[in-house]
Design a binder for this molecule. Structure first.
Ligand SMILES: Cc1ncc(COP(=O)(O)O)c(C=O)c1O
Length: 390
């Protein structure tokens, strides 16, 4: 109780918290300060994808913490080299810039896209087209990129140069494309916007359009990447590759790390001194992320995510056939959303009483983003609790 009161007294009141303080986590389970156990279907908002305190990650952190935590990017370290080369080996990318959060990774992507063209003398080419309902972060540039008005309130004027078009509408995108656009930026599966996957043909069409107009394509995979959708990167579900991709959240399984990955061609936008951050790619964070990447990129691990995701989705779809309050079921892999007619908050609160952690987005959508190690029997228990509430 003391931690709740002192947090409310001394921390900025910017988060609407759920009224619980947690003291321990293990795998898919969390315990609050009264000793009550919960099954976590949120994973710290798609962060602890290997579950809480995964022994291999704890070991990697402990080993590295006892050896070297930080030296700055004025020097080289082995964990950073290992993680960068491994990320490139596993993706379309040739180079990585390390940041500390999702918003920072997106800032880096925005800066890279602009500088890529400005370096070529195309000074007017600075617009970035993003999607309505998108979410890219809370810094001024990423807030400007975000396609949701409600979180921009009070912060105007925002950064110039962002155009928003409806998601999954190729005609709308084509209409906005002109010689002032340097990049199109989107989440292959929108997270905060309400768990909305891109249509299968849409991403291909976007790629083709970007190729025709020689515009950079940026995928924000901060929430939907790192195995969450059943492939290492969500765009692999669509057989489409971007020029730039951002990662964060699950990359560190809880240690703060972000990454902006790019092809060699796109990466030429940055030179020495173009961009920097003190903490980006510390030995501690990269050692943890390397271990995370090794575990998540395993093909059988990813196959299990796909299988459990399909199972979970089919159980949620079954709820839709029996309960009129369920409006829609959406998502890929283990990033799933169930839209109800109203008041997602009611379900979040009631499920918490029953020992399940989820959250609500856009007022009506229940988001499920459990640790990827979730078991089908845990999915069954959650679905039956939800069934009785509906
Ligand atoms: C798709 C997406 N992009 C960017 C961000 C911002 O990441 P961070 O909160 O680490 O700055 C988020 C966070 O929810 C996200 O879901």
């Amino acid at each position: 109780m003391d931690s709740i009161k002192r947090t409310d007294d001394f921390v900025f009141q910017t988060y609407l918290r759920q009224g619980k303080a947690f003291v321990r986590g293990e795998g898919t389970r969390l315990w609050d300060e009264d000793g009550k156990e919960y099954t976590d279907f949120l994973a710290g908002i798609a962060v602890c994808s290997l579950g809480h305190c995964h022994p291999k990650i704890t070991e990697a952190i402990s080993r590295q913490a006892a050896k070297l935590v930080h030296v700055s990017n004025l020097f080289y370290t082995l964990p950073q080299a290992d993680l960068a080369s491994r990320l490139c080996e596993k993706s379309f990318a040739d180079r990585v810039f390390f940041a500390n959060s999702g918003a920072e990774a997106n800032e880096a992507a925005i800066k890279l896209a602009r500088r890529y063209f400005q370096k070529k003398g195309e000074k007017q080419r600075y617009h970035i087209i993003t999607m309505q309902q998108s979410f890219h972060g809370r810094t001024m540039a990423t807030l400007s990129a975000t396609g949701q008005d409600k979180i921009k309130d009070g912060f105007y004027p925002l950064l110039d140069g962002f155009l928003h078009v409806p998601f999954n509408d190729i005609d709308a995108l084509e209409k906005r494309m002109d010689e002032t656009v340097c990049a199109v930026m989107l989440e292959p599966v929108q997270g905060e916007g309400g768990i909305i996957p891109a249509d299968k043909h849409y991403l291909k069409a976007v790629r083709e359009l970007c190729n025709q107009r020689e515009t950079l394509l940026i995928f924000d995979e901060i929430q939907c990447g790192m195995g969450r959708c059943g492939t290492l990167f969500a765009h692999q579900l669509y057989n489409v590759t971007p020029d730039i991709m951002t990662l964060a959240k699950a990359l560190g399984n809880g240690l703060p790390i972000g990454a902006m990955l790019a092809t060699e061609a796109a990466a030429t936008g940055f030179d020495f001194g173009s961009h920097a951050t003190t903490f980006g790619g510390t030995p501690l964070a990269t050692a943890a992320a390397l271990e995370v990447l090794n575990i998540i990129s395993d093909t059988s691990f990813l196959a299990a995510v796909r299988e459990k995701g399909l199972y979970f989705k089919s159980r949620l779809e079954a709820l839709k056939t029996t309960h009129s309050r369920v409006v829609d079921v959406r998502g890929e892999g283990l990033l799933l959303g169930l839209e109800v007619d109203k008041d997602a908050g009611f379900f979040v609160g009631e499920l918490m009483k029953k020992g399940f952690i989820i959250n609500g987005i856009q007022d009506k959508v229940l988001r499920f983003a459990p640790p990827l190690i979730i078991e089908t029997k845990e999915i069954d228990r959650l679905v039956s609790a939800l069934d009785s509430l509906l």
